[in-house]
Design a protein around this ligand. Sequence first.
Ligand code: 13P
Ligand code: ZN
Length: 279
Amino acid sequence: MSKDAPVFIQEIIKTSSDMWQKGWAEANGGNISLRLKPEKMGNAPELRPKSEWFTLEKALPGLAGEKFLVSGTGKFLRNISLFPEKNVGVVELDGAGARYRLLWGFEPDGRPTSELEAHLRTHEAVKEASNDVMHAVIHTHAPNLIALSYALELTTETLTKLLWQSHAECVVGFPGGIEFIPWMMAGSPEIAEATATALRVRPLAVWQFHGVFGTGRNLDAAFGIIDMADKAAQIYLMARSTGRIACTLNTDQVRRIAANFKVVPDAAALAADTSAFFA
Ligand code: 13P
Ligand code: ZN
């Protein structure tokens, strides 16, 4: 992709390529969406209606008129760099946030990701909660977080504290914690709603046995927060695979790290008892 490509296409190429390199995006696993800022539309391809209107399961008035760059269903993220116009598209919502239509991409006849409802509901929630700061949503099959959801019986509080204790930067990266969403059918309105509700207050949500959703002000930030959480899960699993965990960051150390970096950790998570995970 040349440096003349629109900035948002360059960004999704970087992010999707990094996701593939990380081993997060087998086959068509994972999907990406970016709420497009008008000021980043310089050099954009021509955007004009290319499809009929499609009605969303739930109207999202907070996203009325917004445009999104979205990966396509069944598309391999590792192929976005080769053929962006086939693997991603730009959609716009109507004035009520109830329907979307295609403006560019998905050549010749693709459709947005099957997780579009989860992405858009999350965008509506985080746009409002962040006062318009958050623009990116990534869903991916980060293997260490998935493995953790098989290895341990988790709750939002114990998962959050386990990751804070497994990597000293995590309480700074996600003081609001990481939601644990027990198994639900992927692509369903139920998991879309649970994800959006969780991400209104936390930057990350793990889908048990499946993967993770992360949000950020841009794709780099969303990628980074997922990377940090998955690395913490990997560190824990590596330590555990030695047969015995001899020590860990304790509650007071986590609290002191948070205070040093002037973040306020989720109180319920900080109070959680994770001792069984380190026994
Ligand atoms: P899509 O190919 O529809 O984006 O689905 C991939 C996926 O990860 C579903 O959870
Ligand atoms: Zn998935």
